[in-house]
Design a protein around this ligand. Sequence first.
Ligand code: GDP
Length: 480
Amino acid sequence: VGMNAQDLGKILHREPSEIVKKLFMLGVMANQNQSLDKDTIEILAADYGIAAKEKVEVDVADIDKTFEEESNNTDHLETRPPVVTIMGHVDHGKTTLLDHLRHSHITAGEAGGITQAIGAYQLKHQGKTITFLDTPGHAAFTEMRARGADITDITVLVVAADDGVMPQTIEAIHHAQAAKTPIIVAVNKIDKPGANPNHVMEQLTEYGLIPEDWGGDTIFVQISAKFGKNIDELLDMILLQSEVMELKANPQQNAAGSVIEAKLDQGKGSVATLLIQQGTMHTGDPIVVGNTFGRVRTMENERGKEIKKALPSTPVEITGLSDVPEAGDRFVVFDDEKTARAAGEERAKNALMEERRTKNTVTLDNLFDTMKEGEMKEVDVIIKADVQGSVEALANSLKKIEVEGVRVNIIHTAVGAINESDVTLAEASNAIIIGFNVRPTPQAKSQADQDNVDIRLHRVIYNAIDEIEHAMKGKLEPTY
Ligand code: GDP
């Protein structure tokens, strides 16, 4: 007798359920205990043969861990520029402030250059660099945080002096506080006749933002973004705050950081704006970005100028990735391209599995809708029963069902309790499990709950058939 998935799992250091899943992908239906023929084992071994060689590299697929390691490297620390996000209520002047900064602080030599918006830019003030993220709005900010990217050092909260604290002002405060970034308040539009900066300051004390003069530690600057009043003072305060924070990074290590935005360009392919948070990035660097990978083919600064290397806190636009990453994705540079590729592919595969798992599970409740979308040619079903006779009777009856050209396809049958490998198979193939006079094991039950796999239990064959038929016709009675 040949080996089964359990035996192979031991040899290959994999979970038997993973082997079953893999077998399924190769078009072989088998449970963990079913013995496999020689050809199947060879195909499987070949498949894992490659994977086995990549085993070490699979570890580096955990980009967040790698990122953490790179970030916590305390060698060769040097001061880096602060990364600033501007937030506030709509119409309070965020865009006006960003535009003013962009235009007033470009050095003479660059003034003629085309200003190319890449989602972030740097300016110099008193010989020091400040990086501004050009993506106002706390939604984008928190979406990026949700993806693991903590990129903002300082939040500038813009509040219009003639309007005061508004709903999005409060949201912005909470988002910044959740991210634990210090807030500098820019009380804007002080040129306006109705401006009442003191009222804004009073209002903000309610949210823990208390000016130094009043015994607190929040920096307030009264500005007019439109007329450029006190902008230098605001920049002074940003530099002061960043000095207090002692922001540092090690420029001598491999670069690591986050994606600010990314898109597919007709001519250039995948184009990503990255914020370098650690290390120095060089053109030619092998890189893993989110679930994609590649080599830094070209690198440009925010003014569209080609650069060969970029230091911490610098935003850059790169090409050379095999796919388009998402805003908030992390990136890490690797020493060699082979490792980067292996890590990138592994991450892409995991993401795909995850997507299948969460998005596409078919249940009897959504069966009719899924069928209507026209994507479904067959309803895949797994049957488990107490005796072989019932398995066959149920399978034969189900095979006869046909609703608007869609048929039932039995992908696996067996005698016995519904086990984890049934659930794994159902998950991988988007199938529904029918149990006849059997129950799922506790492990199978919890796995099914977690993976949204639909298990239907019956004691009367007719009822099992009826339920499937009704579901396919969109007439399923709600279950309670
Ligand atoms: P955002 O929605 O926060 O980006 O706000 P905008 O920057 O688009 O500004 C909204 C409006 O307020 C625009 O008409 C600006 O010209 C105006 N505005 C912005 N800053 C000032 C300012 O300092 N003074 C005055 N008087 N108007 C301003």
